[in-house]
Design a protein around this ligand. Structure first.
Ligand SMILES: [Zn+2]
Length: 681
């Protein structure tokens, strides 16, 4: 035993010496390598649209963008097939196409069981458990897996000791290992395990209790001005019946004023009507007396009386004590929350679903979305202030989510348009573009002569006026057959399809799958000629679909996975990727396998702008303070560009090339390093 201890001590000393030597070598390397003095500052702006940007620049509303475009370059950036954020950012992160990184849509399905799942990450329950009475004690840890494949661009930088901060890029939860600072973004779940579940607590009988899209409504007990309610946490996987972990809370209304006092665990706070609480940390205990896991949420007191109405945000993973990995290094999340306080950690933080469900009004949603933006800006300012060298990449979500929700306020052709709404909220999107201009201004002021500044967006934007219910169309045309007796209401492929006669089905925002023998659970189509003929036939007929209202073409492009993608994951892809015309998108029902009664419907929902269409119709943007030489830059060129900036040759796995690089050399960018010379196209 003693000998073992001595050996361990000796190894420790060697380890320490090794670290010490490594550090001093790294310091020397840094001093001697010109590329390590380089600074690359990238603003990743989800959904920034080239047409809107050009218009606001022409109207002199975006002086910093206009100055950047005049000094360097501004070009449309080719997006991914399909142009959905998790797919597009994965193209940017890996420099590869979906056939290689494996993210094809927000929603994938397991062909063996025909169950849909979120495409970017998965929580695997513990493999071994011990059962004791009503307890199930896990003997191994549950595992959280990132389903995106391929090396992230910052991992190449990391290997060379280049400092980096990569903030909230989508399709990176849990974050891949890195010595640099990274923080997970879109794809990060809340504590309930989904993409964000809000709760709404009321005694108003107009709301029927139970789940709603993106949340749940709970009744409260009212006795005079005393209200008792419960916050519903994650399920207790340690108990056989997996009950929900519940935290009771009380609210006492002031007898005359629109004010109430809240009491939950050991927190007390007072809110006026229409006021938001700060983030409140809560502890969910799995086993009494043992430490529990913590989450954070904010309370919005919507109405005090006559009926009580309270909105509570999804319970976010607590950055000061993360129950699931949020950052690299692990302590980075804790440091940020110590320095800046709590903030949203769930992937998509803007609560568009509470607005769609009618539980938050336009004005209330806009306050919530503003909270999200102000938090992002505070984090950005904090990191920008300490950016000295290497890479700083920061992601902003506001243009995308607010573009989805407020397109209707600027689009008189939208079925959800009304002049009053336009008068009140017609500038929401423009105001957020101006905010981005302010942020770019800060970035440009922080840039020195060694700094390359890039602005990139993953896709542009288009109106979403009419829904095309792909599965209803497949039924109407005999490709998808429903069992006799399936009720016309709430039908879906998982329960109601007659698989023995179904040749194809739709799932996700752009995916269409052939019911292929040997791949799908109940496949009937033979791979090869039979399946390919079917794909061609369906593609042709989709392209011929016209909107009965005005004879517009509804689908303008259909890509076959076999032609659009390359790499080991192509077999997981939808067989066809359906590209809608501007103005159209797949109906919400079809996204999760539903079969609605009508093929085409007006979209009257607040979610009135979209981009999950024909990828050639919604390019993103790329801007830089240096001249961009690429004539048709694509998202997959951004990773090679970043590597090139630090003198790293493009790996074989990446098909793109640096956008600054017309010939394989950076002739206009100072002395090329040996790496620059090595690479040729
Ligand atoms: Zn979007």
């Amino acid at each position: 035993m003693k000998r073992l201890y001595i050996w361990m001590a000796a190894l420790g000393v060697i380890g320490f010496l090794g670290t010490f030597l490594g550090l001093s070598l790294a310091r020397k390397y840094r001093a001697e390598s010109p590329e390590l003095k380089r600074k690359l500052l990238i603003l990743g702006i989800d959904g920034m649209d080239p047409q809107l940007l050009q218009r606001f620049m022409d109207q002199e509303k975006m002086p910093n963008f206009a100055a950047l475009a005049a000094r360097g370059s501004f070009l449309p950036l080719q997006t991914s097939i399909p142009p959905q954020s998790p797919v597009a950012w994965a193209n940017l992160i890996t420099g590869m196409n979906p056939g290689s990184h494996g993210i094809f849509d927000f929603i994938h399905r397991d062909p063996a069981t025909l169950t849909p799942y979120f495409s970017t990450s998965q929580v695997k329950p513990a493999k071994h458990n011990l059962r004791l009475g009503s307890w199930i004690i896990p003997l191994s840890e549950e595992e959280v897996l990132l389903l995106r494949h391929g090396k992230a661009f910052w991992q190449y930088l990391d290997e060379r000791g280049i400092p980096l901060t990569v903030f909230r890029l989508p399709s990176n939860f849990p974050p891949v290992s890195s010595r640099g600072k990274t923080f997970a973004g879109m794809g990060t779940p809340d504590l309930l395990g989904g993409y964000g579940t809000f709760s709404f607590h009321t005694d108003d009988l107009i709301f029927s209790p139970g789940p709603v899209n993106g949340g749940a409504i709970y009744p409260v007990q009212v006795a005079g001005d005393h209200i008792e309610a419960h916050l519903h946490g994650p399920v207790n996987t340690l108990r056989k019946e997996n009950p929900e972990l519940i935290i009771p809370f009380t609210v006492d209304r002031d007898p005359s004023e629109p004010v109430a006092r809240f009491s939950i665990q050991d927190h007390q706070f007072i809110l006026r009507e229409h006021e938001w609480s700060p983030w409140i940390p809560l502890t969910f205990k799995f086993i009494p007396r043992l430490k529990g896991i913590t989450g954070i949420c904010r309370f919005y007191l919507k109405q005090v009386r006559p009926q009580f109405e309270l909105y509570v945000t999804p319970i976010n993973i607590d950055p000061s004590n993360p129950a699931l990995p949020l950052s690299t290094p692990e302590k980075y999340a804790r440091e940020l929350s110590r320095e800046l306080g709590y903030f949203y950690t769930q992937g998509i933080a803007e609560d568009t679903k509470a607005l769609t469900s009618g539980l938050l009004t336009d004005d209330e949603y806009l306050v919530q979305a503003r909270i999200v933006f102000e938090e992002q800006r505070r984090l950005f300012d904090h990191e920008l202030a300490r950016f000295r060298t290497g890479l700083f990449f920061f992601y902003f979500s506001s243009l995308d989510l607010n573009g989805h929700m407020f397109w209707r306020a600027t689009d008189p052709k939208s079925p959800a348009f009304d002049p009053e709404l336009a008068a009140k909220h017609g500038r929401v999107l423009e105001d957020y573009y101006r905010e981005m201009d302010g942020i770019l201004g800060e970035a440009l002021r922080a840039a020195d002569e060694n700094t390359t500044v890039l602005v990139v967006s993953d896709h542009g934007f288009a109106p979403f006026r009419r829904s095309f219910n792909l599965n209803a169309w497949l039924v109407q045309n005999g490709y998808l057959v429903l069992r006799a007796g399936a009720s016309p209401q709430g039908r879906d492929i998982f329960r109601d399809a007659d698989w023995s006669r179904t040749r194809a089905y739709g799932l996700g925002l752009n995916g269409l799958y052939v019911n292929l023998r040997g791949r799908e659970k109940n496949g009937i189509m033979n791979p090869g000629a039979e399946a390919e003929a079917l794909q061609r036939e369906i593609a042709e007929r989709l392209l011929a679909v016209r909107d009965p209202n005005d004879q517009q073409q509804v689908v303008t492009r259909v890509d076959r996975a076999a032609e659009a993608y390359s790499g080991p994951d192509v077999s997981q892809a939808p067989d066809l990727i359906v590209g809608y015309n501007r103005g159209y998108r797949v109906g919400w029902d079809s996204v999760l396998g539903g079969v609605s009664a009508n093929v085409m419907e007006d979209n009257t929902q607040p979610w009135s702008g979209d981009h999950c269409i024909d990828f050639t119709k919604v390019p993103g943007v790329v801007l830089s303070n240096y001249k961009i030489h690429a004539e048709h830059p694509a998202l997959t060129d951004i990773a090679p560009t970043i590597l090139h900036e630090f003198g790293i040759a493009t790996p074989d796995t990446m098909k793109g090339r640096s956008i600054f690089d017309p010939s394989g050399q950076k002739a206009d960018r100072g002395a090329p390093t040996p790496d620059h010379l090595e690479k040729s196209h």
